[in-house]
Design a protein around this ligand. Structure first.
Ligand code: GLV
Ligand code: GLV
Length: 320
């Protein structure tokens, strides 16, 4: 009998072709609503492979009951939604989609930085709401990006691609990472500094760390206090690296000047959430890697990873 694969969200069948050739593939048919947990558990219980979204929680309960499961391919570079060590202990391979989304995510991150600094979404709404009466010298004046200091927390591949973009804006580049990255220091002139020094010296603090026990709520009251009053905080990693109540207080008290957020503790965040109400917050619905080219490539990579495992071969991108 053919293996059974459950895909937790509507994906392009064309990108999943390698799966249709070898297995019975079932796909949750909705694009914008997730497969309910109860149903996911039921499907997982008989699945040989799962193609999952970062919004699916792949925990002990699910893995324990998935007796046939051999591989989970997550349509994301991050995998904090998966209990990887438990999966491993059960012989389940976990795959993600690194590299192919690096430039796309860096574009969005830098765009979010520009949009927040130059108040672009606020200005765009101003026009659409018919508020524009006249050109004004300080009308919707934001702050400069060029020649300022960017501080990148988490200098992985995406951080590096953001740093490369920053060189085109003549920015001074600081970074903080567990390990120094000599390559970015040599190639891009980035300087490795302590977390505190980065917070104190950066005009733009850009978070690109994965979510781990170490990075959870790293951006808290103390961190925002150490930032410049003019600083803008950009988060394109995971919402849980931020204490959102502390961020809200820092924004309303003028401890920092703005935030551009692509990710939130609870997604989707509601429009009546206090953070979303603030004019100096630019909020996006977790679209870092969302170009159609990249999302299609991510689907294809997930499909190739699953096909490889089910065919007894090495997956292309495995979470170690
Ligand atoms: C998106 O957040 C990803 O991890 O790919
Ligand atoms: C603005 O458009 C200017 O000409 O300064």
């Amino acid at each position: 009998t053919k293996p059974y694969i459950f895909v937790t969200r509507k994906c392009s069948e064309q990108q999943l072709k390698p799966l249709y050739e070898i297995a019975d593939v079932e796909m949750w048919p909705e694009e914008e609503t997730p497969c309910p947990r109860e149903l996911l558990l039921k499907k997982a219980a008989r699945a040989d492979a799962l193609l999952t979204m970062l919004s699916d929680v792949i925990d002990k309960e699910l893995i324990e009951n998935a007796k046939n499961l051999k591989v989970v391919a997550n349509l994301a570079v991050g995998y904090d939604n998966i209990d990887v060590s438990f999966a491993k202990s059960k012989g389940v391979i976990v795959c993600n989609t690194p590299d192919i989304l690096t430039d796309t995510t860096a574009d969005l991150t830098f765009g979010l930085l520009l949009a927040t600094a130059r108040r672009m979404t606020e200005a765009a709404e101003y026009v659409k709401e018919n508020k524009w009466k006249s050109w004004g010298p300080l009308l919707l004046a934001g702050q400069d990006v060029h020649h300022k200091t960017i501080g990148i927390v988490g200098m992985g591949k995406i951080g590096q691609a953001v740093a490369k973009r920053a060189t085109g804006f003549n920015m001074n580049i600081l970074y903080h990472n567990r390990r120094r990255n000599i390559e970015v220091e040599k190639d891009l002139g980035a300087q490795h500094v302590s977390f505190d020094e980065l917070l104190a010296s950066s005009d733009y603090v850009v978070c690109l760390t994965p979510l781990t026990d170490e990075t959870r709520e790293r951006f808290n009251k103390d961190a925002f206090k150490k930032m410049k009053k003019t600083a803008i905080f950009i988060n394109a990693s995971r919402g849980a690296v931020v204490n959102e109540a502390d961020l809200y207080k820092a924004l309303i008290s003028g401890e920092i000047s703005g935030a551009g957020l692509d990710v939130f503790l609870h997604e989707p965040i509601a429009s009546d959430h206090p953070l979303i109400q603030l004019k100096n917050v630019v909020a996006l619905p977790h679209i870092g890697s969302a170009s159609s080219e990249t999302r299609h490539a991510m689907m294809k990579l997930c499909a190739d990873n699953i096909a490889n495992v089910l065919n007894g071969n090495e997956p292309k991108t495995i979470v170690k």
